[in-house]
Design a protein around this ligand. Sequence first.
Ligand SMILES: [Zn+2]
Length: 114
Amino acid sequence: MSGIGRHKFKTNHSSIWEPDIAICPYCGHDDCHADFCDVGVGLVQCGPYHCESCGAIEIGAYDKKLELSIKEDEFGWYEPNRKYEGCANTVGGVLVDHKHAKDMYNIGLLDKKD
Ligand SMILES: [Zn+2]
């Protein structure tokens, strides 16, 4: 899955093995990461960029269509205080990466998506 965020990046690695670090469009926190999966020929983004400082989360290309605020529409990120309803893996509404998600799935704790 890829996101539709229009954030700036702090880094410019230009490498499929070294994902760039994003800057949060809401609070400016410059250490935002996304989950990337190794597909053999490189890493592909498999989760949204998110901000650990304010809690904003990038909107995914395949998220169900929700009514967006002006800022959400502009940034391509959900607002920090919004309940996350995107299609990335969550446990109790909190994002988890794909490795953690598999463990959670195995013990039945992964949130179900419709
Ligand atoms: Zn932020």
